[in-house]
Structure formats: C-alpha cells, structure tokens
Design a protein around this ligand. Structure first.
Ligand SMILES: [Ca+2]
Ligand SMILES: [Ca+2]
Ligand SMILES: [Ca+2]
Length: 221
C-alpha cells in the first residue's frame, strides 16, 4: 500500500515537472509526460498479466508411483515413459491412469517456468488456480476421488479436488488462491496427482484417468 501511494505521488510530481518543463523546453516536457503516463498506467489500472503453466516434465523418480501412461500402459516412472506429454497435449484421449488409486500413490510433474514478465526481484502477489480433466472407467459403481495439488517444496500452495469423478468425464477447478511468490518460487512449483476409492463392492477395479492439468496464474507486472 505504501509503495502504491509513493507511485501516485511520483506520477503527480512528474506531471507537475512536465508542466513546468513545457514553458522551458517543449522536448523535455514531452519526455517527462511519457514517463508520467507509463507510471500512471502501472499504478492506477493495476496492470495484471496472466499465464497458463502446463506440465513439462515428469518428476517421478523419488515418488511412490502407480500411475501409468495410456499410450504405453507402463508406469510413468519407467525409463523413457514421459507421462507429462499426455497431460499437456490438449487431447482428452491421452491420459495417465491408476487402477484402484490410493492416496500414497502419487504422480508428480514439473510445471512451465514463470513467463518473462514476472518481476525478477521481490515477491509479487500471485493468484493461482489449478484445474484438471478426469473420468473413471471399469467398475464405475465405485466412488472415485481425485486431487491435483500445486506444491512448492513440501507446502501445498493450492489444489483442485472432486469427491465423485464421473464416468463421462469432467473438468475439476479449484479455488483461486492468492500467495506471495518470487519468480524463483513460481519456477519451482510442481503438481502432485492422487486419488482414492470408496464403495462399489465386488466387480473389479476402477481406473481413474487424468487427461490434462493446467495452472492459471495472475500477477502484477
Ligand atoms: Ca491429454
Ligand atoms: Ca464430480
Ligand atoms: Ca518450473
């Protein structure tokens, strides 16, 4: 709030300087007014940028992982299986899946880095929102819960979760969360996918399929 007020005063001072400069040297006045206009834009309209971060690499080496690739039907942490490509290809027919998932069976993915216009210093307020597409198949009498958590280190920054994933497929979107993150923090965000089942009785296993994941971020330039 203090910084905002300072910028307002700075803009006013520059406008005043431009007015004075006009009577002395018109060229200088024009230059100062351009500077003041830029400050005014940034200060009064709260210029905000947005970006979509997608999975760009598997982060599976250290995690207990029973998720598999829909294209090879082998585990995401097998050599040369790149499950992240199934989550960022804008194709609902490619996905990762887990039969009878349980909460300890985690798949993790690195995300794109911060876009170039995120400030390199300080910790701007960034609002984040996680969403993903999922469906269940197989023994669909079972109830399936799915969660995608956005994490920084061991801290969960935001998440999206649905307690009853449908057999026809659905998009799950989490709440928007405002956090203060440095550019390095944004670069180091990753996502963790988990699921659980309940009910259903006998009838075989149920597959939880996750076909896309994205993280929307909004920030002050
Ligand atoms: Ca896909
Ligand atoms: Ca649902
Ligand atoms: Ca990253």
């Amino acid at each position: 709030m203090k910084r905002w007020r300072w910028l307002v005063m700075a803009a006013a001072a520059l406008v005043a300087a431009g007015a004075v400069g006009l009577s002395v040297w018109p060229g200088a006045a024009a230059l100062l007014n351009v500077t003041a206009a830029k400050l005014t834009t940034q200060t009064f309209t709260d210029v905000v940028g947005t970006a979509t971060l997608l999975p760009y690499a598997d982060r599976d080496g250290q995690t207990h992982n029973q998720w598999s690739s829909s294209s090879t039907e082998t585990r995401c942490n097998s050599p040369s299986v790149q499950c992240y490509t199934l989550l960022n290809d804008n194709n609902a027919n490619t996905y990762i899946f887990n039969s009878n998932p349980s909460s300890g069976q985690r798949a993790q993915f690195e995300l794109d880095d911060a876009p170039g216009d995120v400030p390199t210093s300080g910790s701007p307020v960034v609002s984040v929102r996680v969403s993903f597409d999922a469906k269940k198949s197989g023994n669909t009498a079972m109830t399936v819960r799915a969660t995608v958590a956005l994490k920084l280190g061991t801290t969960t920054v935001a998440s999206a979760s649905d307690s009853d994933i449908s057999a026809t497929g659905e998009t799950v979107t989490g709440s928007e969360v405002a956090v203060s993150l440095s550019r390095t923090d944004v670069n180091n965000l990753y996502i963790e996918v988990t699921g659980t089942t309940s009910g259903g009785g006998p009838g075989g296993s149920v597959d939880l399929q996750v076909s896309s994941i994205s993280v929307q971020i909004t920030y002050l330039k």
